[in-house]
Design a binder for this molecule. Structure first.
Ligand SMILES: Nc1ncnc2c1ncn2[C@@H]1O[C@H](COP(=O)(O)OP(=O)(O)OP(=O)(O)O)[C@@H](O)[C@H]1O
Ligand SMILES: [Mg+2]
Length: 257
């Protein structure tokens, strides 16, 4: 469904923020791009939504080269959740969620029905929150609004840039579970960016680990947990492996008592 071939981006014509990366994402699957700050994750995601023009390479979504689509059609097909959420501070929650349908010229009644539906779907009571401003919401609630807004025009592809960053671990784990259920139900194809290797391993069908603009390793969580085969990736995977071994040990001890 999504096919990225030899994609590169140089901002300064000297160095590459994204350096010749290629990958495929099957329909209904989640690919997670992981790697440390500045390795090119956001640049990759933004190129797929044409918020940034590639220096070279090809991006095919549903057999169509996205450079051939007009931006409005592209935004309808692809939902985007921004790093730092990016809600419009002067608009109510309901206006934020309904922005893409409004740009697409939906009727007021259709927009209202869709906004209510999405707020319920993402666990925000419309009666309580629709008329509030973003500044009146908690971090977790704002993240939900970001996801609801990205789903508004019924895209089949979602690009999500650290959608659950800046949440405490319990809220984060709850939202991860809810999102995974929603993603399965709506059969969404997702590319998600995260710093958190544990999150990547739990949510992804495939994980691509990036370093300095390149994908150094790509595989299923199971493959990466058993052997990543790259020194940098092995370093990133060390902590999740150690934690899961410790937990397994604690559980085993618990059985014997
Ligand atoms: N608009 C821009 N102009 C010039 N350089 C940029 C621009 N945006 C990003 N860069 C550079 O490109 C590189 C990759 O940035 P990118 O935002 O893709 O990283 P990232 O992996 O998303 O990092 P983070 O985890 O901190 O969000 C960085 O070195 C960054 O400084
Ligand atoms: Mg980023």
């Amino acid at each position: 469904m999504i096919s990225v071939k030899n994609l590169s981006k140089s901002y300064d014509r000297i160095s590459y923020a994204v350096d010749d990366i290629s990958f495929n994402v099957n329909p209904g699957e989640i690919l997670i791009l992981a790697g440390e700050s500045g390795c090119g994750k956001t640049t990759t995601l933004k190129m797929i939504n044409r918020l940034i023009e590639p220096s070279s390479g090809e991006i095919i979504v549903n057999d169509v080269n996205i450079l051939d689509l007009n931006p409005v059609e592209l935004r309808r097909r692809i939902g985007y959740v921004f790093q730092e959420i990016g809600l419009f501070p002067h608009m109510t929650i309901s206006e934020n969620v309904g922005i893409v349908p409004k740009l697409l010229g939906w009727s007021r009644a259709n927009i209202k029905a869709r906004v209510d539906e999405l707020m319920e779907l993402t666990g925000l009571d419309p009666d309580k929150y629709a008329q509030k401003m973003p500044s009146e919401l908690s971090g977790g609630q704002k993240q939900r609004v970001g996801v609801a807004r990205a789903l508004a025009a019924r895209p089949d592809v979602m690009l999500m840039d650290e959608p659950f960053g800046a949440l405490d671990p319990i809220t984060r784990s709850g939202i991860q579970d809810e999102f995974k259920n929603l993603q399965t139900e709506l059969k969404l194809t997702v590319i998600m960016v995260t710093h958190d290797m544990m999150e990547a391993l739990i949510l992804a069908d495939h994980v691509a680990i990036m370093q300095e603009g390149k994908i150094v390793v790509m595989g299923t969580p199971g493959e990466l947990m058993s052997k990543a085969g790259d020194a940098y990736a092995e370093r990133l995977l060390h902590a999740p492996r150690q934690q899961s071994e410790k937990l397994a040990e604690i559980l085993k001890r618990g059985d014997k008592k």
